[in-house]
Write a protein that binds this ligand. Sequence first.
Ligand SMILES: Cc1cc2nc3c(=O)[nH]c(=O)nc-3n(C[C@H](O)[C@H](O)[C@H](O)COP(=O)(O)OP(=O)(O)OC[C@H]3O[C@@H](n4cnc5c(N)ncnc54)[C@H](O)[C@@H]3O)c2cc1C
Length: 323
Amino acid sequence: MHRPIRGGRATPRADGSPFTERDSVPFRARGVAAAEQKCRRRLFRPSGIPSPTTPTRGAPAHGPELRRRGPARHGGRLATRRRLARRRSRLLDLKDLDWPPLVRRSDHLEIAGTCTVAQLRALEPDPDWASFALVEQCSRAFLASFKIWNEATVGGNLCNGLPAGPMISLTAALDGECLLQAAPGRGPGRTVPVAEFVTGNGLKQLEPGEVLRAVRIPHRALRRHSAFRQVSLTPHGRSAALLVGTVDPADGAFTLTVTASTPSPVQLRRPSVPSADALQTALADRLAPEDYFDDMHGHPRWRRHVTHLLAEQIRAELSGGTT
Ligand SMILES: Cc1cc2nc3c(=O)[nH]c(=O)nc-3n(C[C@H](O)[C@H](O)[C@H](O)COP(=O)(O)OP(=O)(O)OC[C@H]3O[C@@H](n4cnc5c(N)ncnc54)[C@H](O)[C@@H]3O)c2cc1C
């Protein structure tokens, strides 16, 4: 007597054959069909996570859950497209604005946010711009420096807000001021000193829609005497500490700008070049051990050590001593 295959229904066929309806389906095919059905149940159950293979335009064969899910997912996609379109409408290609890269004003040099490092380096300085040497020194402080001079912009470097941003070091040390242009309809622009513009690792004072139009460097700062020191773990590596000292020949005022070893620029100002002890004490008072930046480019304790060392070298150089 015929025994139906395991799991088959023993319903006799209409033609009187001893085989059931199910027996006429090859066993392998039945296995696949069962697995598919089981799988569909799992994929389409309302609380389940939709599979990436889940079809969205539901055929009735996929069941009512799918038909409910279809329009919802479609709506989700439409919403995403609208969000992307809104974001795209806010995108601005600054290069299209054609800002002149460098403009000499009566009392300051205006560096456009879109000015490249190469354009700044190519500027012919006024004869009395003693501290313009810092442009060459700071641009060489880029990791793999010359490779990015033609593309990297001064504004981009400031807006990146990295501790080791050499254009931040340069413009902060020269008392640069950021000219920030608000988004259309959001009021007038504003100015912020570069040393305050960058507030931490990758952090800056930039409101949504605001752009860095330019950095203004006062002529007086360009006439200062300067001393530069930079150190990194590898010969052309990212700066672990970058210090700039300046002395104003007009009144002898001394400014030390510490960057790269701290998350954001730190400045010490004195009416004249301080003594070695006074500078070391001032540095220690201003920067606690935990204020130093910690990343793969240098341990904070080492950064603190080299910062104090380089500060003394700068002080000695600017006071006419040995370095
Ligand atoms: C080989 C290599 C070495 C590098 N070395 C260093 C390094 O040593 N130190 C360092 O700091 N960086 C480094 N960088 C990172 C980067 O290239 C530089 O910081 C560069 O100066 C960024 O300028 P960018 O014009 O490419 O800016 P982008 O990458 O175009 O912009 C950076 C950010 O700022 C915004 N932005 C740009 N301009 C403006 C503006 N005018 N107003 C508002 N927002 C703006 C952009 O939307 C973006 O969010 C390096 C990169 C490479 C590839």
